[in-house]
Design a protein around this ligand. Structure first.
Ligand SMILES: O=C([O-])CC(=O)C(=O)O
Ligand code: NI
Length: 234
């Protein structure tokens, strides 16, 4: 692991989204909707810096690139399709082919990648599970990509179409965190140390709220009382 990954792994995607909403007024909490974790579920979230890969239509003029053999250790592999192949509504991509499979996870894991998120379809579910390697995606496919899609760029910003009609951009080296809720991105210009400090205080406060509620204190009252300590962050 590198940078803040070791610290961030102690927090769920919900904790991070809370931090981004409350501390930085990021309305969506950095959350990417509609992704499912198909493999590698564990008690701790998956955290790494984004290693971004853009896939485009097989007839795109750009040559195919080899994205899988040079992944920096500790990276979170992030794959998205070009904007013309995305849809705002389900199923989110205009192709039925899977752009990622078990051999890609085998190689990614060998190089020390922490997980892969594919804003598209994946196949070979059993292989990802047998590897205990975390893979998140919009959905599944059975067909290989070669007649429909190819990887055309590495370490480029990735645009993801979202339900509100705007795009979210994932920059290379952004922190990506995944767990069973899906994926959150911590924008690169955020003070991660401050975010960590806030999340620690917020999680502690909510543990006390839970204790109070179990002891019969009304939820609103417990939240107001216990969350007073968070005022120092604003
Ligand atoms: O055939 C492909 O391109 C993808 C695949 O199934 C794998 O990585 O195992
Ligand atoms: Ni395969």
């Amino acid at each position: 692991m590198q940078g803040f990954s070791e610290e961030l792994v102690k927090f769920s995607t919900c904790d991070i989204a809370d931090g981004l909403v409350n501390l930085y007024s990021i309305a969506d909490g950095g959350y990417f909707a509609n992704l499912t974790q198909y493999s590698g579920k564990s008690s701790t979230p998956v955290v790494g810096r984004a290693y971004t890969v853009l896939f485009a239509s097989a007839d795109d003029p750009r040559p195919a690139v080899n994205y899988i053999d040079e992944i920096p250790r500790g990276s979170f592999v992030v794959i998205a399709l070009s904007k013309d192949l995305q849809t705002m509504y389900a199923p989110y991509v205009k192709v039925t082919q899977a752009c990622y499979g078990g051999l890609m996870s085998t190689r990614a894991k060998y190089q020390g990648a922490v997980g892969s998120v594919i804003f598209g379809r994946v196949r070979d579910v059993d292989e990802h599970r047998a590897l205990e390697y975390p893979v998140f995606s919009y959905g599944l496919g059975a067909c290989a990509p070669k007649m429909a899609l190819k990887p055309v760029a590495i370490n480029v910003p990735l645009e993801v179409s979202c339900i509100d009609g705007t795009d979210r951009i994932i920059q290379p080296a952004d922190y990506i965190v995944g767990d069973e809720h899906g994926i959150v991105r911590i924008p690169g210009d955020i003070d991660v140390e401050k975010l960590l400090e806030y999340m620690k205080a917020s999680v502690e406060a909510d543990e006390l709220v839970a204790q109070d509620i179990k002891a019969g204190v009304p939820a609103k009252q417990a939240q107001q009382e216990r969350r007073k300590v968070l005022k120092r962050f604003f």
